[in-house]
Design a protein around this ligand. Sequence first.
Ligand code: NAP
Length: 263
Amino acid sequence: MASTTSANPLPLKDRVAIVTGSSRGIGRVVAIHLAELGAKLVINYTSSSDQADLVATQINSLYPGDAPRAVTVKADVSDPSQVKFLFDSAEQAFSSTIHILVNSAGVLDPKYPKIADTSLEDFDRTFSVNTRGSFLCAKEAANRLKHGGGGRIILMSSSLVAAPMPGFGAYTASKAAIEAMVNILAKELKGTGITANCVAPGPIATDMFFTGKTKEMVQKYIDESPHNRLGQSEDVAPVVSFLATDASEWVNGQTIRVNAGYA
Ligand code: NAP
């Protein structure tokens, strides 16, 4: 049986975690939260190297005097060789097998086009990062995470899958595919001790959420929220962290919606 987190003040002590898309937004806060629980972190990004460095510095300052607890690795999750490089870098940085993958990297078309107006190029880009990226990271993790306990795969979906809205066709479809995949992955990992789950946030105040939205559009999301506010990345991180700990062993193949009751 899994031990509870309360029995151990640092439930992820010295476990190695990769968080894709952790230079900004939800991934950034998830990475810091996992580090506060004792994990060693790989901060992944594609273009925001300065922001990724800041996240690593913040994590390393949590444990002054220790060897670095966080490193940054630039890798595009939609490229198989770069995903392999990301995992290789994690193993080398900490001389350890990897325990936890959180795939937070994702894109959303800020034009919010109807399906009739979505270009093939934008559709392909959405699926390339969100779906292909999740597949490549999950595949690499399934082959390389530690067996026998502590192995955790956590993929980021969206509550839009449960509450579809016009203007999010390609994006929602790209996330629905991830939810379908995670349940099968969990079953295929039988015997490894690795669990695989999705976290599906509702509207969260990040660059992704605000880009392309007017003040009125943002206010509409706030008005529709049962808690009368936008979610913050800090609302999502504890759920991801729970799934990363041993206490979550019996949660497997699930999609956890984190949206204040929005969907
Ligand atoms: P964000 O603020 O736009 O941050 C996106 C992150 O993903 C950045 O770190 C970015 O790196 C990285 N990234 C983008 N493309 C990448 C690629 N090809 N390879 C590696 N990294 C890449 O987004 P967010 O709001 O934090 O969203 C995080 C996840 O939650 C996404 O999967 C998103 O779909 C999902 N989600 C978000 C919301 C929301 O309302 N915010 C709601 C539901 C689900 P750079 O900094 O280098 O660009």
